[in-house]
Design a binder for this molecule. Structure first.
Ligand code: AP5
Ligand code: MG
Ligand code: ZN
Length: 226
């Protein structure tokens, strides 16, 4: 099963993608997480990506596409994967299609987590992340058991560098200009599924499972027969 998560910054792509990846046993590939890990480790890629990310702009397609194609070529992606934050531009979507066509494959679903702009700003100001293990929390919607501390690893939670109000406003502008056209792109390919991302997290997850469910049951039966 190969799934794309679409949606504005803060729509809940990462929150849902982690759950889908765990429920259906496929790797969760977040280009944002990969860039942040590179920034943390001070790699040459991280140094290049940082200035774009800090400003809330997109990292250039050539850097992002090479990285993503390399990742989906790895062994653990043979039976599928879930992409979170890629593609983000039409050229990225075309590059993905070409790479998969060369493997005689195609994407199965593009899940659009729909959240209006006015909800986004509120979500982002409440997000807290663990700089050590990457777990994501929200001050009111998903608070950690002990305030300010990661449940999973005990590290002190922080705000993401690009979650300031001014940067979020730019990320939303960039989203509408460059990423939103992908909704029509995947609608035309017949694989778009839209869910209401303003619902509580577990309700959104149930909606996603419902739209993926039938096909997943079929693919599970097929894999059991192998
Ligand atoms: P990336 O890391 O992908 O950020 P993003 O798309 O802006 O999305 P976020 O991670 O901010 O939000 P999300 O949708 O994952 O929401 P989350 O689940 O955390 O990219 C960052 C940067 O990297 C980009 O700006 C760009 O510079 C660069 N980049 C990455 N990929 C690129 C690409 N392909 N091309 C070029 N550049 C690229 O949820 C948000 C908050 O809301 C959390 O606190 C969560 O707990 C809470 N929440 C989630 N769901 C709900 C709910 N249903 N109800 C209430 N609260 C909720
Ligand atoms: Mg995310
Ligand atoms: Zn942690």
């Amino acid at each position: 099963m190969k799934i794309i998560m679409l949606g504005a910054p803060g729509a809940g792509k990462g929150t849902q993608a982690k759950q889908i990846a765990s429920a259906y046993q496929i790797p969760h590939i977040s280009t944002g997480d990969i860039f942040r890990a590179n920034i943390k480790n001070k790699t040459p890629l991280g140094q290049k990506a940082k200035e774009y990310m800090d400003a809330g702009n997109l990292v250039p397609d050539e850097l992002t596409c090479d990285l993503l194609m390399d990742r989906i070529g790895q062994d653990d992606c043979r039976d599928g994967f879930i992409l979170d934050g890629f593609p983000r531009t039409i050229p990225q979507a075309q590059a993905l299609d070409q790479a998969l066509t060369a493997r005689k494959e195609s994407m199965d679903f593009a899940v659009n987590v729909d959240v209006p702009d006015e909800n986004i700003i509120r979500r982002m100001s409440g997000r807290r992340v663990c700089p050590n293990c990457g777990a994501t929390y929200h001050l009111t919607a998903l608070p950690p058991t002990k305030a300010g501390t990661c449940d999973a690893c005990g590290s002190e939670l922080v705000q993401r560098a690009d979650d300031s109000e001014a940067t979020v406003a730019n990320r939303l502008r960039v989203y509408h200009e460059q990423t939103q056209p992908l909704i029509d792109y995947y609608e035309r390919l017949g694989i778009l599924k839209t869910v209401d991302g303003t619902q509580p997290m577990d309700v959104v997850f149930a909606q996603i499972k419902a739209v993926l469910g039938k096909e997943l049951e079929v693919s599970n039966v097929e894999s059991r027969c192998d």
